[in-house]
Design a protein around this ligand. Structure first.
Ligand code: SAH
Length: 353
């Protein structure tokens, strides 16, 4: 038995069942035993692989979209370039390289990373290789300056609560202990704030998810953009409005039961983009499939340019990577992009108002 499972069983036995959000928070961010506290989860040797780890093209195009947005807003300086959940730092390194030729961009930028994982902070420092990085535990402490922010696969890691429709009300899905095992159950009827609108599109028995931490982060990011200018690109799997159970666990690139490997498997849920859009005081773009977004930014031309210097297996891998990022049977449709931007500005390139 992992120490974290023993800890959870003790906690639930003493205090009663916990919400899915409390379980996720313990499993992912417990300071000693949590998933992100104890490992580098990314890449082929880890549990999952992300777009910037698949190809440099992803970060290059994100960087150019953010830099164009910065130019369109009059090249404010100084400004904050930030990433929420930077993983190994690959995406930020690609953004910084791709924007080197944008006049003034590197002179004005102040680099801020939102990260809770100590092992990943060390890898980020190494990958990015700058001595002026400021780390934050949450977006709430970002400075009050124009903010250009990327969050790729950040919001899916934030704890969600799950509610099952029961008549005209809701019962929260909880995690309890039965015969020494962690099990799912349902709490008594509750009236959760923020779910009234879901009585319109659900029927009894349906399950909906709500991410308060995501709502709060979106509000904090959007407030800075509304007040000082900037843009945020939020890329993740999910949809405008989620329906059904999307709580999932991954270990070694395979799905596992979310209750059997606490602290060892990665836990995520699909992102409910409507919640983020409703939370931001700024404008927000139309929710756009990742494949469409990258094609609009010219990924095919970039892929062809890079292919010129490749042959054999490297070329085959490069072609597969392009397909993986954009094709609708791979990441192209499941992953979506939502941007925040201020009044009076255009959305970042690749997205519609
Ligand atoms: N954006 C990267 C990594 C995605 S993995 C990429 O595309 O490769 C999720 C990242 O978010 C990791 O860096 C993880 O440590 C971080 N993270 C997860 N939960 C967090 C939280 N509550 N606060 C801050 N960072 C978090």
């Amino acid at each position: 038995m992992t120490d974290l499972r023993a800890h959870l069983i003790r906690r639930i036995t003493a205090g009663g069942p916990i919400s899915v959000a409390e379980y996720m928070a313990e499993c992912l961010t417990h300071p000693d035993m949590g998933y992100y506290a104890t490992r580098d989860p990314l890449g082929t040797a880890g549990d999952f692989i992300t777009a910037p780890e698949i190809s440099q093209m992803f970060g290059e195009l994100i960087g150019l979209s953010l830099a164009q947005s910065w130019l369109d807003q009059g090249a404010p300086s100084p400004f904050v370039l930030a990433e929420a959940g930077p993983g190994r730092g690959t995406l930020m390194a690609d953004i910084l390289r791709a924007t080197r030729s944008v006049p003034g961009f590197h002179d004005g930028l102040d680099l801020h990373l939102i990260e809770i994982s100590e092992p990943l902070k060390a890898i980020q420092q190494n990958t990015i290789g700058r001595d002026d990085i400021t780390w934050h535990d949450s977006v709430a402490s970002l400075p009050d300056l124009p903010l250009f922010l990327i969050a790729n696969e950040f919001f899916d890691a934030l704890p969600i609560r799950q509610f099952q429709r029961d008549g005209d009300g809701w019962r929260e899905r909880q995690i309890g202990v039965q015969e020494g095992m962690l099990t799912f159950g349902l709490a008594g009827p509750v009236v959760p704030g923020g779910l009234d609108h879901r009585l319109d599109d659900t029927k009894p028995g349906d399950l909906v998810e709500f991410c308060a931490a995501g709502q709060h982060a979106a509000q904090q990011i959007g407030q800075r953009i509304a007040d000082h200018g900037g843009a945020a690109l939020i890329v993740d799997y999910g949809d405008w409005r989620s329906l059904g159970d999307t709580f999932q666990a991954l270990e070694n690139h395979a799905a596992v039961d979310p209750l059997t490997r606490p602290g060892v498997a990665d836990l995520t849920a699909h992102v409910d983009f409507e919640t983020l859009a409703n939370a931001t005081p700024s404008r927000f773009s139309r929710l756009t499939p990742q494949g469409v977004f990258l094609e609009r930014l010219g990924i095919t031309a970039r892929a062809q340019a890079l292919a010129k210097n490749l042959s054999g297996e490297a070329l085959q891998n490069h072609i597969a990577a392009h397909r993986r990022l954009t094709h609708s049977a791979e990441m192209g449709t499941l992953f979506k992009v939502l941007a925040f931007y201020p009044d009076g500005a255009a959305p970042p390139p690749g997205l519609d108002p």
